[in-house]
Every structure is written in structure tokens, then in C-alpha cells.
Design a protein around this ligand. Structure first.
Ligand SMILES: C[S@@+](CC[C@H](N)C(=O)[O-])C[C@H]1O[C@@H](n2cnc3c(N)ncnc32)[C@H](O)[C@@H]1O
Length: 229
């Protein structure tokens, strides 16, 4: 049965079921390849599925207590720390990076640095799987006209909101940090193209396990699949 689990550090929720993007990442995992990195893994929904496919997995999270729940497992390395500032891995040491529902907690500057680090860690052909929240979620509806104005004006980070209390009075606002960086296909494409990726697919959708209270118009999430050229 599907179950949502709040994060310990009020960084949104995770799930015991893979979302569509995470499933595509897991499907591509295989034994014998270079390790994969799961950024913002929380309790490891994607890390565990990747391990089950025979991948070697490096699970990262800001909150070491999330990762501790995974315990010791063959093929699993736990790597607590804040991405991108606190993470350093050897160049060309990974076959894939998965970042589901974590990049919207980064500033534009952190996203740019993070994309460059991911590009360095992935060998040529290494693959990237990203999922993030967009402004098209019911609690942020008031912000949509402002976001669209900023995007039309060509602002670099049109979805950055320094204090969500200024744009929403949703009762669960306390479950996410004050600042949020709602992302879109244009921003993700620009950031990862600039870091040396070829974009394979980028799309908006409503993930199947999104609570009804967040439903807006079917574009609540943005997903991107790319590879290092
Ligand atoms: C909404 S949960 C997503 C968990 C899982 N990836 C999923 O898709 O269900 C976000 C997780 O990212 C972690 N996180 C937030 N900012 C981070 C950062 N800068 N570096 C590493 N982890 C971070 C949080 O601690 C939290 O566990």
C-alpha cells in the first residue's frame, strides 16, 4: 500500500513507492556498472530499489538520521552531507545520479555548482534523473502569475521564493523550509545544458501519489533525464 512519510527535518515528504522518474532511474540500474548516487535519498525508497537491481549505491542526505534507517547493506555507501557544498567525489566515478524532490531546496547558485559537480562525477555517457516541484501546485497558486511574469521577462530563477509565507497560507507550510525554489523545464534544461549535459527528455506531470490537496493543473512536477556528453 502507498504510504507517505514526512522527513525528520521538515524537508517535505517521501514515499514508500517509486515515482515515475525514480522508476526510470531504477530500471536503468544494473550490476557491474559504476556506482549510482542518490541525492536527498531520505529513507532510501530509490536507493533500496536500485540496490535490489544489483547496482552499487551511494545514498546521500542532509540528515544523517534518515540514512541511518537504511542500516548497513552490501553495495550501499551512506554519504550524509549538504549537496553540493559538502559533497566531493572522484571525477568519472559514477554511472548515474538520481535527484528526486531535492533540487527545489537549492538556490540558483547551488544548482549551478551542483550541476557542475554532477557533470564531473559522471563519466561521459553517465546519466542524470531529476524530479522537482513546480509553481503549479495548489498551495502556491497565488504565486503563479508572478512566476509567469518573471519567466516571461527572462529572469534566471523565476521560481525562487525566499519566504513561502508571503505566497501561501497552506496549513502544512511548516513541513517545508521557508525558502523554496520551484523549478520548471526551462530552468532545469538551461542549468544542465550549461554543465555539459545532453537533455533526453524533460516533461511536467502530476505524480500518481501526489496528495489531492496539492493538485493544480497537471503540471505539479517536472522531470528531466539527461546524459553527460
Ligand atoms: C522531499 S524528500 C525526497 C526524498 C526522496 N528522494 C523521494 O523522492 O521521495 C527531500 C530530502 O532531501 C534532503 N535534502 C534537502 N536538501 C538537501 C541538500 N542540500 N543535500 C542533501 N540532501 C538534502 C532532505 O533531508 C530530505 O530527506
Amino acid at each position: 500500500m502507498h504510504r507517505r512519510q514526512p522527513t525528520r527535518n521538515r524537508m517535505g515528504w517521501t514515499s514508500n513507492q517509486l515515482n515515475t522518474l525514480s522508476q526510470l532511474f531504477v530500471d536503468a540500474c544494473r550490476p557491474g556498472a559504476l556506482p549510482v548516487l542518490d541525492l536527498g535519498a531520505a529513507y532510501g525508497v530509490a536507493s533500496l530499489a536500485a540496490l535490489a537491481r544489483g547496482a552499487k549505491v551511494i545514498a546521500n542526505d542532509l540528515d544523517a538520521a534518515h540514512l541511518a534507517e537504511l542500516g548497513e547493506r552490501e553495495g550501499l555507501t551512506l554519504l550524509p552531507g549538504r549537496f553540493p557544498q559538502e559533497l566531493d567525489l572522484p571525477a568519472n566515478s559514477l554511472s548515474a545520479v538520481h535527484a528526486s524532490n531535492v533540487l527545489h531546496f537549492l538556490t540558483g547558485e547551488e544548482l549551478t555548482l551542483g550541476a557542475a559537480k554532477i557533470a564531473e562525477w559522471l563519466g561521459p555517457g553517465g546519466r542524470l534523473y531529476v524530479h522537482a516541484g513546480t509553481p503549479y501546485q495548489a498551495p502556491f497558486a497565488r504565486f503563479i502569475p508572478e512566476y509567469e511574469k518573471r519567466a516571461a521577462a527572462g529572469e534566471l530563477w523565476p521560481g525562487y521564493v525566499p519566504d513561502t509565507r508571503a505566497i501561501s497560507s497552506h496549513r502544512k507550510l511548516g513541513q517545508i523550509p521557508r525558502a523554496i525554489h520551484l523549478l520548471d523545464a526551462q530552468v532545469l534544461t538551461r542549468v544542465f545544458l550549461a554543465a555539459g549535459f545532453e537533455i533526453e527528455r524533460v516533461w511536467t506531470h502530476r505524480r500518481h501519489d501526489l496528495p489531492k490537496s496539492l493538485h493544480c493543473d497537471g503540471r505539479e512536477g517536472v522531470a528531466l533525464i539527461a546524459h553527460r556528453s
